[in-house]
Design a protein around this ligand. Sequence first.
Ligand SMILES: [Fe+2]
Length: 183
Amino acid sequence: MTKTITAYLATAGVAALMSLGAATASLADELTDAQIIGIYSQVNSFDIETALLGELMGASDEVRAIGKMVSADHSGVRAAVHDIAEEIGVEPVLPPARIGAARDHDATILALRDLDGAAFDAAYLRHEVAFHQAAIEAVEQLLIPETESDVLKAHFEAVLPAFYHHLEMNMAAAETLNISIEQ
Ligand SMILES: [Fe+2]
């Protein structure tokens, strides 16, 4: 598994997001389902907050509509995974190495809040494209392979199409609004 995780860490687009970071790399070999659920819940929470900001501050109809949908979807996913945790008798745990990701997320939110109008929309869509690319990669390459529980694994497989859909929606909105998603 080390190779996959190292490859993942090397290619993850958004350090703030799923970057398990150097400190977690040693952990990643033996992530428990409790930790996987904790990390996954945290990342869903990040995107719920970002998407709510998009719904609130988006200058375009497109960004406000995407923000509304994405925040609702990820709220549903977060609730679903906590139900799964209960079902399989696991108490979600957030590895301490994920504190850095929380700090990075705070910085992202604060930076977005300083923008408005078209500048906000551009920064928001760029972030969301990179976020979903990294999230999809992490689910496919790290979380699914590391998950022990069949129920949890089935959940990841079931939500992947929605994550791809979010990615495509953000990319389509960027195209409509003439926003380059190059970082
Ligand atoms: Fe999403």
